[in-house]
Design a protein around this ligand. Structure first.
Ligand code: PHE
Length: 342
């Protein structure tokens, strides 16, 4: 009997337990009701009573050992199966998730195009703060104290003494540039500006301008005209005409409004150009000597021209957008139309 127990113990240790069916065979062969260990327990009755206790103990430890091997093998198989399941979580046959790309805002597209055109003729880009002081927005630009021109600009003031404000135009950057750098200066200044106006299809309290400044020796009005002719043709097409209309700005003298051929009717006359064939894109002029002087540049030695244009206005003309509010509503049906424009 003791020999039989030892033999079963040896075989039990040698049994292969590498997969579910071997495990099941093992369970039936050793642990089942008709298995070899149950068989041995049946034979216990035939053992002499004085040995029965010891043999019984050996049989019990054999039974425990069988259970132990079975449990260990089962656990190993289960964790191996879990590992495989983890690897198989990648389903290589699934179609890919579509890569949805955002689009550039039309104002960003146009701003970048304007910058590229001016960079080709030697202008760099300058920027300045949106929260400004009276000096940079008005005084340095030759707006006299209590002059009605200040009221024209519908300013958002940030302090009760009206010294701090949101800039109403990017001409503020002109002043900052002249204060900090020596001529020759050739720069364009795109940026956001604020005016206290009711929001409508044609006006907004927040919009964008791009200002240009050129200061050097012997800069003339002819240089201003040529620069803007070049810009208009590059931006809107070679057959675009430019017209200068006398105007007034405190910081330029002489001053001129810039008109271009109406892009909608090609100059024939339509609703957009109010049947004139021309549309306005901005203001311009020769920098007033008083402005050069207040920024620390000698007007006897240097002269300059400046111009300012609305980016929204140019974008509306270029893409025939009829309502200014579309730029700020973030309606994807509008923005998607600029998908793929580089
Ligand atoms: N700053 C002016 C405006 O906002 C535009 C302008 C700029 C006019 C430069 C002349 C020269 O209306």
């Amino acid at each position: 009997m003791v020999e039989k127990i030892q033999q079963v113990a040896q075989e039990l240790e040698a049994a292969a337990l590498n997969n579910a069916s071997e495990l099941e065979q093992f369970r039936i062969a050793y642990m089942g009701r008709k298995g070899r260990i149950a068989d041995l327990f049946d034979n216990l009755k035939q053992v002499a009573p004085e040995q029965r206790r010891q043999v019984g103990q050996e049989l019990n430890s054999l039974k425990n050992r069988a259970q132990e091997r079975f449990d260990q093998a089962q656990e190993q198989l289960a964790s191996a199966a879990a590992g495989n399941a983890g690897e198989q979580a990648f389903d290589f046959s699934l179609p890919p998730v579509p890569n949805t790309l955002g689009t550039r805002h039309p104002l960003s597209l146009v701003r970048r195009e304007i910058v590229r055109i001016f960079e080709r003729i030697g202008f760099n880009v300058s920027e300045g703060p949106e929260m400004e002081d009276d000096w940079h927005n008005f005084s340095a630009l030759n707006f006299p104290e209590n002059h009605p021109a200040r009221e024209m600009q519908d300013t958002f003031f940030l302090s009760a003494d009206r010294q701090q404000l949101l800039r109403t135009h990017t001409s503020t950057v002109q002043v900052r540039l002249m204060e900090t750098q020596k001529p020759p200066l050739r720069s364009i200044m795109p940026g956001r500006v604020y005016r206290n106006e009711a929001i409508s299809a044609r006006a907004h309290m927040v919009f964008h301008q791009v200002e240009g400044l050129y200061v050097d020796k012997n800069v003339s009005f002819a240089d201003l005209k040529q620069t803007l002719y070049y810009f208009a043709k590059e931006m809107f097409g070679q057959d675009t005409q430019v017209r200068f209309r006398p105007s007034f700005f405190p910081f330029t003298e002489p001053s001129a409004e810039i008109d271009i051929t109406c892009l909608i009717c090609k100059g024939e006359g339509c609703n957009i150009c109010k049947h004139t064939g021309w549309v306005e894109i901005g203001g311009s002029g020769m920098v007033d000597p008083a402005v050069l002087e207040s920024s620390g540049i000698d007007p006897q030695e240097y002269s300059g021209f400046a111009f300012g244009m609305g980016i929204e206005r140019i974008t509306m003309l270029k893409y025939q957008i009829k309502d200014l509010r579309l730029f700020t509503e973030n309606d994807v049906r509008f923005l998607r139309q600029f998908e793929g424009v580089i």
